[in-house]
Design a binder for this molecule. Structure first.
Ligand code: PGA
Length: 274
């Protein structure tokens, strides 16, 4: 995994924007997977800013969001769909038909989950999946104990997730947070060509340590990303505090490959090979 440790939240957003913009504009990521939550808000602000400056174009981008609460209408101010409209979709030139979302009001959960999986496949798969991480290590809403091969499914939210989401989005009222959600599975996330994980704040430090340095376990579903060949993790210093190999990640930060190529070219010249 490529691990980039940034000074703070703002630097995380800027670094994430650079990666997303590069993938979208070079045509590599016309199908994006997107998360909701407090973490990606900075990235969405950057995407909106970049769009207004003409740096990024969403006209042929398709998006699939990771999850949605069960029982929540799209226009409900607490729905994930509403969050995305407010923070990103209404401010850029994405076509509404290209926005895919799980239907929290579906009458047939299995069918809705199958529809979502089929829609992803019909567009050739997710090229770049952006994810946040829960305090308990969840990606999407895949709480501890979720199969690491799971596909889009219904999930019962963990108490720590309900508490975090109540604090952030429901004025602290846990009773208002739905107990259930629909979420892409861990297997669905692993199928994407590339994954970008963002994490900020000390509350994520333990989950991040488990994801990067712990065993692969359904007790921290993000650890399944160790099996994915193309993952970039962008963290702030606070989220990186518990990492044992922190100094090493700093050494393999961006610029490392260029340094290696320069070193190799010099060695080849010295050996008379160039
Ligand atoms: P947060 O949520 O960005 O609001 O911390 C992340 C997540 O639960 O995936």
């Amino acid at each position: 995994m490529n691990v980039i440790i940034c000074k703070d939240k703002r630097a995380v957003a800027k670094e994430a924007y650079k990666l997303v913009r590069q993938r979208v504009m070079c045509g590599r990521a016309k199908v994006l997977g997107l998360p909701t939550g407090s973490t990606p808000q900075g990235l969405y602000q950057e995407l909106v800013r970049g769009f207004k400056k003409g740096e990024i174009d969403f006209s042929d981008v398709h998006t699939f969001n990771l999850d949605e609460y069960i029982g929540m209408a799209p226009q409900d101010p607490h729905s994930y769909r509403h969050f995305m409209d407010e923070h990103l979709f209404s401010h850029v030139n994405i076509k509404w038909d290209n926005v895919y979302f799980l239907d929290g009001l579906t009458a047939d959960i299995d069918r809705e989950c199958a529809r979502y999986e089929e829609a992803i496949v019909s567009l050739g798969g997710i090229k770049l999946q952006v994810v946040g991480i829960g305090r308990d290590g969840h990606i999407g809403f895949n709480e501890p104990g979720t199969s690491l091969t799971s596909r889009t499914h219904m999930i019962t939210l963990a108490q720590s997730t309900i508490a975090d989401n109540a604090r952030l989005f429901f004025g602290g009222d846990e009773e208002k947070v739905p107990r259930w959600a629909l979420s892409m599975g861990v297997g669905t996330v692993l199928d994407s060509d590339e994954v970008l994980m963002l994490a900020v704040g000390a509350s994520k430090a333990e989950a991040i340590q488990g994801m990067l340095e712990g065993p692969i376990t359904s007790m921290n579903t993000s650890s399944a990303l160790q099996l994915h060949p193309n993952v970039t993790v962008i963290l702030d210093e606070a989220a990186a505090t518990r990492l044992k190999y922190r100094d090493y990640y700093h050494r393999i930060a961006p610029g490392n490959e260029e340094a290696m190529l320069k070193y190799l070219a010099a060695a080849r010249r010295k050996a008379g090979l160039e």
